[in-house]
Design a protein around this ligand. Structure first.
Ligand code: 2P0
Length: 372
């Protein structure tokens, strides 16, 4: 904060360093972990980074914190002020782990004041942990090291690879949200040998993702718990045996911009993951009756030649419909006509996470209290 006296008034300038991270939709899924504490996945995954569904997070070092781990975090909700975060414990544990990682690159002192905002409603079928932990990682690293953009962070040695590996420890899928376009998370032969990279840029093949909110019920089983159950399914070993080939096929389809081929692969993949979920012990069932009705309608409409669109599913009942951007408006109208109780979010292939600084200038009379 900088105060410049101008007669009886002072110009006050406040810098806000803001991280933004997009959500991503997995085309080849991460489901099951080889090491739960390190988020070492059982298999490689391949995702498409989105652009509209994103988390925006600012972090500032508190000037007056009683203890270094007294982090404060709040959710900003559109038009309704801020609400406290439900599970500050998980975030605090992650931030204390992250602090030790950031320290060798500069400073990592003090407790943080964090304000975060999702562009999409909660419980809507978009995983907020991916964009949330990606944005939190960048915002916290920037606040502790006093950096104002990604270039400055990279100059300190905090590269995209490092940010991605850190975000992964918060939530596995968050590692893919650092990068844009189509992203391959390679499992590697050891937890330390994981690699995450963009294999095709968003410009290579922009695709639309219509997220259909057909069931807004809260998720009954967390993804972390679902991952832990995956290997209790008798289908898991069969799935593991075929996934490498499927991922290669999907990457080739993206390279060739072959939507029918990619669509066929991602539908099989989504159904297979949900089959593993449904045959796990205890059973993890994210499907609802509207999910099944939607899948049937989409497949019948496609077979009748009415649309060129394919679905995938996350760990929830709400389908993601992948189609060409030029077809999205018409397909969206067909969905809303057939399922009038649903709403849709129209998203598309997007770029990765960002870090930006904005400047807020206010004028105040000298002698005004600064609130502390
Ligand atoms: C994915 N999902 O690849 C898969 C597909 C959901 C279905 O990654 O325990 O929130 O935090 O590492 O990343 C959701 O699991 O789990 C997920 P944690 P995460 O996107």
């Amino acid at each position: 904060m900088v105060n410049q006296p101008t007669g009886k008034k002072a110009i006050q300038t406040t810098l806000h360093v803001t991280a933004t991270a997009p959500s991503n939709i997995a085309l080849i899924k991460y489901w099951g972990k080889s090491d739960a504490s390190l988020n070492w996945p059982a298999n490689d995954s391949l995702s498409m980074t989105l652009s509209q569904a994103k988390t925006t997070t600012t972090a500032n070092v508190q000037p007056d914190a009683k203890t270094p781990d007294a982090h404060r975090m709040a959710f900003k909700t559109t038009g309704a002020g801020t609400i406290p975060v439900r599970d500050l414990g998980k975030t605090t544990r992650y931030l204390e782990w992250l602090r030790n990682e950031v320290r060798p690159f500069g400073s990592a002192e003090g407790a943080l004041d964090i304000l975060t905002h999702n562009s999409f409603p909660s419980s809507c079928g978009i995983a907020s942990s991916a964009s949330g932990f990606a944005a939190l990682t960048i915002a916290a690293a920037a606040a502790w090291t006093g950096t104002k953009n990604l270039d400055e962070l990279h100059r300190l040695g905090i590269t995209q690879d490092i940010l991605s590996a850190w975000a992964r420890r918060g939530s596995g899928s968050a590692c893919r949200s650092i990068h844009g376009g189509f992203v391959h998370w390679v499992r590697g032969e050891a937890p330390t040998a994981q690699k995450v990279s963009a294999v095709f840029s968003p410009d290579h093949w922009p695709l639309a993702d219509l997220i259909v909110l057909i069931d807004r019920g809260a998720k009954s089983i967390s993804s972390t718990e679902g991952h832990a159950r995956a290997f209790t399914s008798p289908l898991m070993n069969v799935r593991m045996a075929g996934l490498g080939e499927r991922l290669k096929d999907a990457a080739q389809a993206i390279e060739m911009r072959d939507l029918e081929r990619l669509g066929t692969i991602i539908e099989s993949e989504a159904i297979e993951m949900h089959s593993v979920m449904m045959t796990s012990h205890p059973r993890t069932d994210y499907f609802s009756a509207p999910t099944i009705a939607f899948i049937r309608w989409l497949r019948e409409s496609r077979a009748a030649g009415n649309l060129a669109a394919w679905f995938t599913l996350d760990a929830g009942p709400n389908p993601h419909v992948i189609c060409r951007p030029q077809d999205a408006a018409a397909i969206n109208a067909m969905i809303l006509d057939k399922f009038p109780g649903s709403t849709t979010i129209h998203d598309q292939t997007g770029f990765g996470a960002t870090l930006q600084t904005s400047q807020e200038t206010s004028t105040r009379h000298q002698g005004d209290s600064d609130g502390y």
